[in-house]
Design a protein around this ligand. Sequence first.
Ligand code: F6P
Length: 539
Amino acid sequence: MALPSINPTKTHSWEKLKEHFEGIKDVQMKNLFSEDKNRAHEFTIKWDDFYVDFSKNRITTETFKYLLELAEDVKLKDAIKSQFSGEIINKTEGRAVLHTALRAPKTAEFNVDGTNVIPEVYQVKEKIEGFTNEVVNGHRKGYTGKAFTDVVNIGIGGSDLGPAMVVDSLQYYKNHLTTHFVSNVDGDHVNEVIKKLNPETTLFVIVSKTFTTQETLSNANTLKTWFLKTASEDAIAKHFVAVSTNIKNVQEFGIDESNVFPMWDWVGGRFSLWSAVGLTISLAVGFKNFDNLLKGAHKMDEHFKNEDFDKNIPVVLALISVWYNNFFGAESEAIIPYSQYLNQFATYLQQGIMESNGKSVDRNGNPIDYQTGTIIWGEPGTNSQHAFFQLIHQGTKLIPADFIGFAKSLHGNQDHQDKLTSNFFAQTEALLNGKTKAEVIAKGTEEAIIPFKVFQGNKPTNTIYINKLSPESLGKLIAMYEHKIFVQGIIWNIFSYDQFGVELGKQLASKILQEFNSSANNEHDSSTHNLLNYYKKMS
Ligand code: F6P
């Protein structure tokens, strides 16, 4: 069964939402709170160690009802079933979408073309576990007999962002291995990493689903050449491993088949950290913690698959986001974690959300005349309070924001934790209530300055509050956003799992590269032509 193809704007619920929007667009949230003492309770979902308060949004019970109807109208339930049952929902690439199988228990059954993939998934997991233990406990050694001290993850996009974000987020749980990430084809990136490495004690993990990606192969070759300055060809088998679906290309690179960790085409790059793409995560924090990350994600999968929509966290967050994107005309969403550990979280989500839902053709192949993918950005609070919060509070744009926080600090420094949390709660309260002219006057503000000190308020936020940052809770959080992406793709009637938009630039880059190194002269617009010549002169 193919995914349903329903234009959301032609549904009955969309019509109701449009009409309803006219009546609610200027309503002040603070009035909704004073009129209904039960509001926070009504719009909060408590699940496991998650407390998700979505009451500080410009919605009423009626809005919520119509949004839930929209989920029904676009046949979200059927779509969820199609995804979990391994149907070819990535139609434009002819693939199933089963990252959920990577974190399912051993007893589960996920069929692709009539074959249960779980035994294969567990074979690879066991390989990851065995390899991780050998490296971490020092039994696996480099070419001079020394244990490994450093791991270099070489990959880009989904083969970099997920592992890099998780390793950084879980640094509290890290072992003695030092991890490095090389992604950019900018040679200064790889050379800065090389400065920190000793070839005798460094393990290289080349991660590329296709093993054709220019950036990754260039960096891998540069590192191999550097390595071979001191080591012999035989040493490659000890120091280089690869994660890929393209075993042939991996072998051609010189990596032994026993050092290949397979993955499958039913795992999209930006949803792949749960596969062997997460090998560097497992090496950095140990297999047990990696497995707990997967267990957390699986719990969120079960919640998403089984929970009624009105209590289903990814569904509710997706619907609220559609409400702002398609009715209020909000262009972007901010992700503000009140945890320095989640420093890379927004960057990671940018690929997941924008590569998936940045589409303008519907599932029938027709151009779309409504808004799709939101622009994602953000930085940890409190740092961002001292950077871009001015614009969120007093600028002209509506920027819905997810505030993410943890009740417990990992190092147990209560004084800091109290200050961090007070800022978190204060910001969402300030965004909600603003500051009226009367309040500014009451402070005795000089007449001419009054307008500048007024805050309109009515700025929406979701509070995603979790007991503690752990591999398991991080797994749940990432999976929560993955499912939110899916729901929005279904509502917008687009294919979320291809990424043809990244191809055109790549193709032109390879043409231009040829021109740098030969007399080939392609036709360009005059701007590109001049830049090319300028570069040839200057470089
Ligand atoms: O940016 C496009 C993309 O295909 C991503 O989807 C993917 O994560 C990345 O390139 C890397 O691809 P690969 O793992 O095949 O090197």
